[in-house]
Design a protein around this ligand. Structure first.
Ligand SMILES: [Fe+2]
Length: 420
């Protein structure tokens, strides 16, 4: 990248924003710098997949370079990023001039800021420009994910030591996870593809929690129910602390006595919840019910009707287990896992809850390996709300089967088929 190009890009972005203060949309004084910026970016993105302009510690960064005197040279850009709470603008290969126009319209226009801006970008069909906002003090989603793994590990560790765990860390991490799901559900669901075989129980708990609170939100449930779904899912297997490690980790088949022990974990779990101060009653109930199944063919045996949140967790638990490598099972591809779940609609799973789950995950869920019409292979990284059959795919292998430098595509997908 040349310094000239860098300066020209920043200068034209700044001019585009400045002109929007003086002239109406569509005026040549506003369209010219947009066109110029677009041309420069396209040129720049020939040799890279994305380009990041960010603000860190009140300084302007172009990729990793600090820009001197930015507050004087690019005052409008700095002001707009500050006022809109934008920490980074990421331009991706494949962007269009229309997307550039929408970016400036959004940055200079309506009174929305922070995470709302990205939603507005999606609404306008902008998929090659990301506006990242991370209010001070907030953690990014991977930090939150890892934080949640730590919370589950600590809570289970305390139970094993005979202590009654505090509810506060659980409530607080679920709050953070819910905020993240609201601001970018796809990114959060994408994280559930993190599978850690050694740490299976902890990662699985976090994955089920992300999926469950996303589904509760997707189904339009109340904030309290979304929260309870997240907490219940995060702690759904807490009762396994009362079953010996040997049985939990046993690779082969279980004897009938061992199986009876495993079946105690929902009751053990709900008893632990009852002793944790401040836990909502629903949480204990959904933990008790998470293996009963819609047709009551699971355990513990009961005839009473199931809490709606238990049915959410039951589906998300099964989905995460299916997509994870286990001693006895190869991981299923996400779209294949969804198909397997649908075979049990009305049996193990509530049909309405399952149909909401399928709609939420999309035709090609995040993490699905697909073969494109070009014969390239890739993995779905983001859903496209407007046309679910055309998700954003990160291409990993070229049509010649050779590993490609990964890049994202959101077209060419009419003939995409999941690999099974
Ligand atoms: Fe369980």
């Amino acid at each position: 990248m040349s310094v000239d190009n860098r300066e020209n890009i920043l200068k034209n972005i700044n001019a585009a924003l400045k002109s929007r203060k003086l002239y109406p949309a569509g005026h040549p004084a506003t369209t010219a710098p947009v066109a110029k910026t677009y041309a420069l970016l396209v040129d720049e993105l020939k040799s890279r997949n994305n380009l990041v302009i960010a603000i860190a510690s009140e300084a302007l960064l172009y990729e990793e370079d600090f820009i001197q005197d930015a507050e004087k040279l690019y005052a409008d850009l700095m002001q707009h990023m500050g006022a809109k709470n934008i920490d980074a603008i990421i331009f991706e290969k494949g962007l269009s001039e229309k997307e550039m126009g929408s970016l400036f319209e959004i940055m200079a226009g309506a009174d929305i800021k922070g995470a709302e801006l990205q939603k507005e970008m999606y609404n306008k069909g902008v998929t090659h420009i990301t506006l990242k906002s991370m209010p001070i003090g907030k953690r990014n989603i991977l930090e939150i994910y890892n934080g949640a793994v730590e919370v589950v590990k600590n809570v289970m560790g305390e139970v094993r030591m005979g202590k009654i765990p505090k509810s506060e860390p659980v409530e607080s991490i679920i709050g953070e996870m819910t905020d993240s799901v609201l601001s970018d559900p796809n990114a959060m669901i994408g994280l559930t593809m993190i599978k850690n075989y050694d740490n299976y129980l902890y990662n699985h708990s976090v994955n089920v929690s992300i999926l469950s609170l996303s589904l509760a939100k997707f189904m339009g449930l109340s904030d309290q129910e979304v929260h309870d779904a997240g907490v219940g899912a995060l702690l759904h297997d807490i009762g396994k602390t009362g079953v010996s490690e040997q049985i939990i980790r046993k690779p082969g088949g279980l004897s009938s006595e061992e199986w009876e022990k495993i079946k105690e974990h929902p009751l053990l779990g709900s008893n632990i919840i009852k002793r944790m101060e401040g836990m909502n009653e629903a949480v204990g109930r959904i933990i008790y019910e998470h293996h009963i199944k819609y047709d009551h063919s699971g355990y513990p045996q009961t005839t009473s009707s199931l809490h709606p949140l238990s049915q959410i967790i039951c589906i998300c638990d099964a989905y995460d287990a299916l997509t994870t490598l286990r001693v006895y099972q190869k991981p299923h591809d996400p779209s294949e896992a969804v198909r397997i779940l649908t075979n049990f609609s009305g049996k193990h799973f509530n049909p309405e809850t399952l149909s909401a789950f399928v709609r939420m995950m999309g035709v090609y869920p995040v993490g699905t390996m697909v073969r494109l019409s070009t014969n390239e292979l890739g993995v779905v990284t983001r859903l496209n709300q407007e046309s679910p059959e055309r998700p954003v795919v990160k291409v990993l292998y070229g049509s010649d089967g050779v590993e490609a430098f990964p890049y994202e595509l959101d077209f060419l997908l009419d003939a995409a088929v999941p690999l099974t």
